[in-house]
Design a protein around this ligand. Structure first.
Ligand SMILES: [Ca+2]
Length: 197
């Protein structure tokens, strides 16, 4: 699971980085530090009894590092011109509590980003699967495609645009995609933006 989920997380970061360019006043590289911890009570905050998790990948999309034995990590040379986000790659057996990414601040030399992970037994299942769709455009064949997706019972579905042909198609998109029982995560494409009108 972890390799597929890692690919998904990297893709998400790449899409976000491309869609949210920094201003021309972007500055020099900075150091980003933080910790990945076992969020036992799932509140997104680290209590004194909650330990760090070793060997978790944290990346700024350019460089990747592993957390140490105490769950800490250091990304020493994050350039906000290239790396708009720092993100964690959830290892097998865990899922993120809250956001799996943090925006890189362009106006500071040092910043911190902690990530909370909670147990996710479903990700240990050797039959774990998720569905990835793209260029849906809410076409007539979509309903048949959704039946296929439902058939193998994915843990979640990610739709990486274009969701619709124009913004007027959103009501239909919402109506159809509600038929998916697993969680659905959407990322927009150019047809989903106002410029497509
Ligand atoms: Ca906690």
């Amino acid at each position: 699971m972890s390799s597929r989920l890692s690919g998904y997380l990297f893709l998400g970061s790449l899409v976000l980085s491309c869609l949210l360019p920094l201003s021309a006043t972007s500055v020099q590289a900075a150091i980003v530090t933080g910790c990945v911890f076992h969020d036992a009570n799932g509140n997104g905050q680290r209590e004194p009894t909650e330990s760090g998790i070793e060997g978790v990948i944290v990346s700024d999309g350019v460089d990747s590092v592993l957390t140490g034995s105490d769950g800490s990590y250091v990304l020493p040379n994050t350039d906000p011109e290239w790396s708009h986000f720092v993100f964690v790659v959830s290892p097998t057996g865990y899922k993120c509590v809250g956001k799996f990414y943090r925006r890189v601040q362009s106006d500071v030399k040092e910043s911190s980003a902690d990530f909370a992970l909670a147990p996710a037994p479903e990700s240990v299942d050797p039959d774990f699967s998720f569905a990835h769709t793209a260029d849906l455009h809410v076409t007539s064949g979509l309903l048949d495609d959704l039946k296929v997706i439902e058939g193998f019972k994915p843990a979640f579905t990610i739709a990486t645009g274009d969701l619709v042909d124009s913004r007027t198609g959103y009501p239909r998109h919402v109506e159809v995609m509600r038929r998916i029982s697993a969680p659905l995560y959407n990322a927009h494409g150019n047809h989903d933006l106002p410029v497509a009108d």
